[in-house]
Design a protein around this ligand. Structure first.
Ligand code: GUN
Ligand code: ZN
Length: 432
């Protein structure tokens, strides 16, 4: 058991706009009691302190803001050495950089070394759960699951299944790929905090037969998630039209194979026709907004208001290595700018709600993660809005919590993360 003290902030429902005080719970001096990885109690320090055993260690993060750990619902584990690759849009970027690096994950030692780096980097950025694409090699998912399990970190992992339009080193014929996925599901889905996501990389890299088998796999395991890419880039969409001439849209391809639904995370969703928006809404699929990636690969602007108004579920993610930062704070900053370019607003409250509660809901894990509440995992991030000289200087004139949050998301990055707790255990060495 341990007690963690500081300024506590957790979201209760989607903010209806800036200043919506009903949307969150804030305790100016609060304590979280963590026991066996979960939150046992939470409340004001002056009320809880009297009930705690005198010898219970209290970690006091004076002045810092303690929030539920960030959730990154779309990131590529094998792209830690693809991030920051110059000058190409999606299809060329995949061939020139991504497919090259991903082939190295056939090697279990390479996968294991990268898994430790990946999880360290997430923790340094305050991200406590991620939904990660691996490569087609079972060794890559295996390595990430094993490393996450050792840390008691809740990860959702899937091996990217491909059987065409990629280098031979990443392709697996349908029976092998499906057998590998099924084997990983049986071994890891529900083991400790680990979960599996069925992962067709995107419709370009799987034949009809493989997509059908992946749809069947999803049906066979009703609690497994699904992740893929959708309507990211115009050349990608033109290729889809060539490969699937009889389907009315890109989204309709996934629908035909049973790949849409409330557990389906659809990366990007930039260039959607109206009928596709309706399909996403009707199937309760999640549109995953990846702003740093969309800007970096030059894919386009995610139309948040259009999808939100249509009733499509939305999540916010980094998409490293198309994305340029592991930090959900940097990601929120770019989301804000992408929305500004379309005369839309992203209030700080809404951004932090997205990074925590709403992303947990997108994964079907509301109550388990993404909230500071009894029963939830004690996955926490401790944030310092005065972490850099520029932030401290700006904070001199910040008048309220919402302005502090906006400083954090606009100027903050890993330097603003003082500590990250995973299942109640500190994941970072304490900074001086
Ligand atoms: N579409 C298919 N694969 C990928 C990938 O690795 N990254 C991005 N951004 N889009 C994709
Ligand atoms: Zn992606």
């Amino acid at each position: 058991m341990r007690a963690i003290r500081g300024r506590l902030l957790t979201f209760l429902l989607a903010p209806r706009g800036a200043g919506d005080a009903q949307s969150y719970r804030y305790i100016d001096d609060g304590i979280i009691v963590a026991k066996d990885g979960r939150i046992e109690a939470v409340g004001p320090a002056d009320e809880l302190t009297a009930q705690l055993p005198a010898d219970m260690p209290v970690e006091h993060h004076a002045g810092a803001l303690i929030m539920p750990g960030f959730i990154d619902p779309h990131i590529h584990f094998p792209q830690t050495q693809v991030i920051a690759s110059y000058g190409a849009q999606l299809l060329e970027w995949l061939e020139k950089y991504t497919f090259v690096e991903e082939q190295k994950f056939a090697d279990p030692a390479h996968s294991a070394r990268n898994a430790e780096f990946f999880l360290d980097e997430l923790a340094r950025n305050g991200t406590t759960t991620a939904v990660a694409y691996c490569t087609a090699h079972p060794a890559s998912a295996e390595a990430l699951f094993a490393a996450a399990q050792k840390r008691n970190a809740g990860m959702i992992v899937g091996n990217s299944v491909m059987n065409r339009n990629g280098p031979p080193g990443l392709l697996a014929p349908a029976p092998t790929a499906i057998a590998d996925s099924r084997d990983l599901i049986r071994r890891w889905h529900g083991s400790g905090r680990q979960r599996y996501a069925v992962t067709p990389r995107f419709a370009i890299t799987s034949t009809d037969q493989q997509l059908a088998e992946l749809g069947a796999l999803l049906k066979e395991f009703p609690t497994v998630l699904m992740q893929t890419h959708l309507d990211e880039n115009l050349n990608e969409i033109a290729t889809i039209k060539r490969l699937f001439p009889n389907d009315p849209s890109y989204t309709a391809v996934y629908a035909r194979f049973g790949l849409l639904g409330p557990r389906s995370l659809m990366g990007h969703c930039i260039h959607l026709e109206d009928a596709e928006v309706a399909l996403l809404r009707d199937t309760q699929s999640v549109a995953v907004f990846c702003p740093t990636s969309n800007l970096f690969i030059g894919s386009g602007l995610f139309d948040y208001e259009r999808l939100n108004a249509a009733g499509v579920r939305i999540a916010l993610a980094t998409d490293v290595g198309g994305g340029t930062s592991y930090s959900m704070l940097r990601t929120a900053a770019e989301a804000y700018k992408v929305m500004q370019l379309q005369s839309q607003n992203l209030p700080a409250l809404a951004a932090f709600d997205l990074m925590t509660r709403r992303n947990s809901a997108a994964l079907g894990l509301e109550g388990e993660i993404g909230a500071i509440a009894p029963g939830a995992f004690a996955d926490l991030v401790v944030l310092d809005a005065r972490a850099t000289p520029a932030m401290a200087h700006r904070m001199e004139v910040a008048r309220n919590l919402e302005e502090e949050l906006f400083v954090l998301m606009t100027l903050g990055d890993d330097r603003a993360v003082r500590q990250t707790y995973i299942a109640g255990e500190p994941a970072l060495e304490v900074r001086a």
